[in-house]
Design a protein. Sequence first.
Length: 270
Amino acid sequence: MSALSFRRFLLAGNLAALFCSTCRAADLATFVDLPTGLVIGAYADGKWLPSEPAGKALTPGKKYRLFTLTGEIGTAVGGKAGPNADVCPDLWEQTMQPTIEKHATAVAAPWSPMPRTAKMSDRTQEAYAKAARDFLVGKGIAKPVVKITQLLRVDLDGNGEDEVLLSATNYPGEEGESPYPAEAGNYSFVLLRQVVDGKVQTKLIDGEFYRKASESQTLYRYEVSALLDLDGDGPLEIVLYSAYYEGASVTVWQLKAKKLRKVLEIGCGA
């Protein structure tokens, strides 16, 4: 997807879930990406709300807890909320006090958003290098260069058994950069590995793969940015961050009955 057609927010699910006319601002569990201040969405009465209706319900004074993958890093108070008029008018943003420079997810919810914390595992383990290699070969990259960037263990659904989240990226240039254009063998993705009926299954959460060089594609870099209970039901949602040289997006994925579903997405860029 080119930068000019950079995707706007999408919401998985029935359109009826877009609006919560009976919800008060105080009832909304609200999620904000930091440091951008973009409103990812909200949750109330069994419904996921995207950025615009969630943002319209916000008033100054809402208290947030700030989370990264490794835990809670502080608190902040939300200020004025409004549309991002300059670049992405369909997305809302909220100021925070104090100003947050570190990448984090701000959550305003009455429950504990992080009942379990992910464990960082050794990224050089051969079993996971092989899993990534086999997956890439299945995507048509015949001789992949495996570069695992994250290997996380966490009990997502609270059943006492850990799942594994594996992120991998192979782009030229410095680590963390999203170059242009794509070269043959480039990729960036996040996988979920879980035990289903006694067998390990590998599922793609999101990513992109280039069997051939392409001058028309903008390369996105994918990683897990947070693992949080955003709807208060106990299991953790998976928050992915993806970026390219002129923009970024955040997606929220829900795992229920061993199946993944994207429930929220925002994206903003040139």
